[in-house]
Design a protein around this ligand. Sequence first.
Ligand code: ATP
Length: 136
Amino acid sequence: MSTILLEVATPDKGDVYKNGINMLITRSIVGELGILPKHARLLTELVPHAMRIKEGGSEKQLFISGGFMEVTPDKITILADAAENPEDIDVERAKSAYKRAEERLSKKNPDIDIDRAEAALARAKARLLVKGVPIP
Ligand code: ATP
């Protein structure tokens, strides 16, 4: 099966994931994208989500906080603010972030930065999804 190199890096951690994969299913600001080897060149912005990586007959998930993705026929490069493999996700921290964001949004306080709270909620949801934890 043909492969395409996937490299996911963050400013803090450097490479979080680097491997030849068979397919990436990711979410951009214009919707879901499936990337296979020999994909056309593409540059897009990603939203916070649980990316699906198909590799050697199995599938894994990787949390991505949003960022930029460049695709060439043999390489996918993602630069994200934050990215985590499942084993690096702290579930209790994600649950607390989820609760905090939800409380902020439910108070309807006019001083609240709604976009910021919604983004925090989306990050927490995606982290919990990667860990297979039901959303509270
Ligand atoms: P929090 O409010 O808990 O900081 P956040 O969504 O605002 O969550 P980010 O800004 O996305 O956090 O990430 C900041 C740093 O903390 C990144 O290095 C990220 O990998 C790490 N991080 C955040 N939440 C978690 C988590 N639940 N488990 C592991 N690492 C996390």
